[in-house]
Structure formats: C-alpha cells, structure tokens
Design a protein around this ligand. Structure first.
Ligand SMILES: [Zn+2]
Length: 98
C-alpha cells in the first residue's frame, strides 16, 4: 500500500519535472528562434515602458517632482524652474531662512 502511494508521488513528481523541462526548452527555443523579430515588434507595446525614460527629481526649493530632463540643475541642486533656481541661489542658506 505504501509502495502504491510512493509510486503515485513519483508519477506526479516526474510529470512536474517533465513540464518544467519542457517549459525551459520552449523558452530557450523561442529566445533562440525569434530573438530579433518577435521581441522587438512586441516588446515596447506589450509590456509598456518598464521604467520611465527620465526619473522624477525633487525641486530643492518647492519640493515639486519634475522629470530630470526638464529640471534645472544649479549648484548641485535640482529645481523645477529657473525661477526657483535663482530664488535658491539668492538665498545662500536656504534652510536657515525658512
Ligand atoms: Zn520648485
């Protein structure tokens, strides 16, 4: 009786292993066969952008988050606008003034 249970267990285990192996082989085959065409045409549309092209940076003056491409960098700080950069520069000790 115990042997029968063991047999069933082995059967399921082997099936699971077989499935896993098959999936790994299929994945390897897909990557090998359609690496160029299938992925490039589908990649951007299907998955969307996994990461934003430019990360948001925090304005040192007002704390607003701005895309890094639009942010103004002055004196090692990032600002949402030139106005804030100038305002921050006019105040050498910004934290004390507050
Ligand atoms: Zn600002």
């Amino acid at each position: 009786m115990r042997q029968l249970l063991l047999l069933i267990f082995v059967f399921f285990a082997s099936q699971w292993l077989f499935k896993k192996l098959k999936r790994a082989q299929a994945a390897a085959g897909n990557a090998h066969a359609g690496a160029g065409t299938a992925r490039t045409s589908r990649g951007p549309a299907a998955s969307g952008a996994p990461q934003l092209p430019d990360p948001l940076v925090r304005c040192a003056e007002c704390g607003v988050h701005t895309p890094s491409s639009e942010a103004i960098i002055a004196a090692g700080h990032r600002f949402c606008s030139v106005d804030h950069a100038q305002r921050h520069a006019a105040r050498p000790t910004g934290r004390d003034a507050r």
